[in-house]
Design a protein around this ligand. Structure first.
Ligand code: IPE
Ligand code: IPE
Ligand code: MG
Length: 263
């Protein structure tokens, strides 16, 4: 990874937080008459390249959707392959990630994963906990609804013990209980693979994220494709529901006059 470009503030040229649905591995493999597994292997390479390209671009936080809560419903052999691949990729990439100053976090319901993998996950988080060059969040066994439910359950438990009163649960407090509650919300979301949907990714967090969809299948998504998405993002006008001052409306105009003028 080259030296990081100084990142822009949120809403500036470079998204501070990028969230990605890496979709299309199976179709990539099908198009080459290969088994889906080959697509997933190629997908891991694309993910590795993306981490590097994001570091070069100055993205400070990258969240990758690797395995959804619904992906458990895929055929058993595909689920087993994905879990195995995930474990191997973690083992192979960890040193490089650590050497590059990347802090890892895994978000999702990890209870269904094998003990060995869960152990490796917490070791990786512990090893990289002090790194501050870039944050890499991997969503595995993750669902946006699960995340909202686990936050609600945790807050309800704090109310039960009297640590918190129900009236204190405002938007900030609730957001803080989500898996990525200590990070800024994603500025840019990318989904590859042609589908225009969120598929139960970060439901709360994407409220004001810029959404970018492209047809490129995930294994083909490279630094050039990322640059295209970042250029698109840089051209967005993020309003967050607000409006610019309209100078054609005088300060003394009242609401009825303005409404009449536009009737
Ligand atoms: C994304 O690729 C990887 C995971 C969901 C694990 P897919 O496996 O969904 O590939 P397509 O969408 O079937 O092509
Ligand atoms: C979303 O892709 C999940 C991941 C990329 C991990 P899916 O392929 O599972 O989503 P759907 O089925 O097209 O909605
Ligand atoms: Mg898919």
């Amino acid at each position: 990874m080259r030296d990081m470009v100084e990142p822009a503030a949120s809403g500036g040229e470079v998204p501070a937080h990028l969230a990605v649905i890496m979709d299309g591995n199976g179709r990539w493999a099908n198009a080459r008459s290969l088994p889906r597994q080959a697509g997933h292997r190629a997908g891991v390479k694309a993910a590795r390249n993306l981490v590097e390209a994001c570091g070069d671009a100055g993205v400070r936080t990258l969240t990758l959707f690797a395995f959804s809560s619904e992906n458990w419903d895929r055929p058993r052999h595909e689920v087993a392959f994905l879990i195995e691949l995930f474990g191997r990729a973690l083992e192979r990439e960890l040193k490089r990630l650590h050497d590059n100053g990347i802090r890892l976090r895994f978000v999702g319901d990890l209870d269904r994963f094998p003990d060995g993998l869960r152990h490796r996950i917490s070791e990786a988080e512990r090893l990289t906990a002090e790194n501050d060059r870039m944050r890499l969040n991997i969503a595995v066994g993750y669902g946006g609804r699960w995340d909202i439910l686990q936050a609600a359950r945790r807050l309800a438990a704090s109310v039960e013990t009297g640590e918190l009163s129900a009236a204190d649960i405002d938007s900030e407090c609730f957001a803080g209980a989500l898996s990525l509650g200590d990070m800024p919300e994603p500025d840019l979301f990318i989904r590859t693979g042609g589908e225009r949907r969120i598929s139960n990714f970060l439901l709360w967090n994407l409220a004001y994220t810029e959404l970018y969809f492209c047809d490129t299948l995930w294994p083909d998504f490279d630094a050039t494709e990322l640059a295209t998405a970042l250029r698109w993002y840089a051209g967005r006008d993020r309003r967050f529901g607000r409006a610019e001052d309209d100078e054609s409306v005088g300060a003394t105009d009242d609401v009825d006059q303005v409404a009449g003028r536009h009737a």
